[in-house]
Design a protein. Structure first.
Length: 202
């Protein structure tokens, strides 16, 4: 029993240290880009030695892979956890959550830029993160369709349409084309209204 408890504590410490390093890597990558970021800077942000970093991640590439997976985990979990009294409430909350997170937008821009230059970034962002996020959205939409909350549409197209909208806004925000007077909640509500009611004056 003691051995099991010790192992569990050790596993928790390892997981916590890895999370600390991945958070620091995400911070440095999102501000400096993948190529310019160094493991020394990442260790400093994590308040650890570079030697300690290498006990958990052998290379900067492994850190990048970990950041991509953690990014996908966070967004997918958020998609799955969104609740609301109506379909409109759920869709608006999903949009608000994505619009609110500045670092997530910077990571998206990092992955988008670096994936054109680095095969590893492309592989792990597209395969590990982007496909998983779209799949989670598609699964959620499929469940809403099957429950009768949402009308029957192609969930694969709808999931990609939603992802494209969110990524488009992320790109605009990071390029400085923002709507500074509109809070994330207001923006989420406006985008949801356009999704549900379209542009035509009925």
């Amino acid at each position: 029993m003691l051995e099991t408890e010790t192992t569990t504590r050790r596993e928790r410490r390892i997981a916590a240290r890895k999370a600390q390093l991945l958070d620091a890597a995400a911070h440095v990558f999102s501000h400096k880009g993948y190529e310019k970021a160094t493991t020394r800077e990442i260790a400093e942000v994590a308040d650890l030695s570079e030697g300690t970093l290498f006990n958990y991640f052998a290379t900067k590439r492994e850190l990048l892979i970990g950041v991509a997976k953690a990014y996908a985990d966070e967004v997918a979990a958020d998609i799955e956890s969104v609740q609301g009294e109506t379909f409109e409430d759920m869709l608006a909350q999903l949009m608000v959550n994505r619009f609110r997170r500045g670092r997530e937008r910077r990571l998206f821009m990092l992955f988008l830029y670096e994936s054109r230059l680095n095969a590893d970034v492309h592989e792990y962002y597209v395969q590990e993160a982007l496909h998983r996020i779209i799949a989670a959205t598609e699964q959620r939409l499929t469940a809403l369709i099957e429950s009768g909350v949402m009308r029957s549409v192609n969930p694969a197209i709808a999931a990609r349409m939603m992802s494209a909208t969110i990524m488009g806004f992320a790109a605009l925000f990071e390029l400085g084309v923002s709507i500074s007077t509109v809070a994330p909640e207001k923006l989420g509500a406006e985008v949801t209204d356009i999704y549900l009611n379209g542009l035509r004056n009925k």
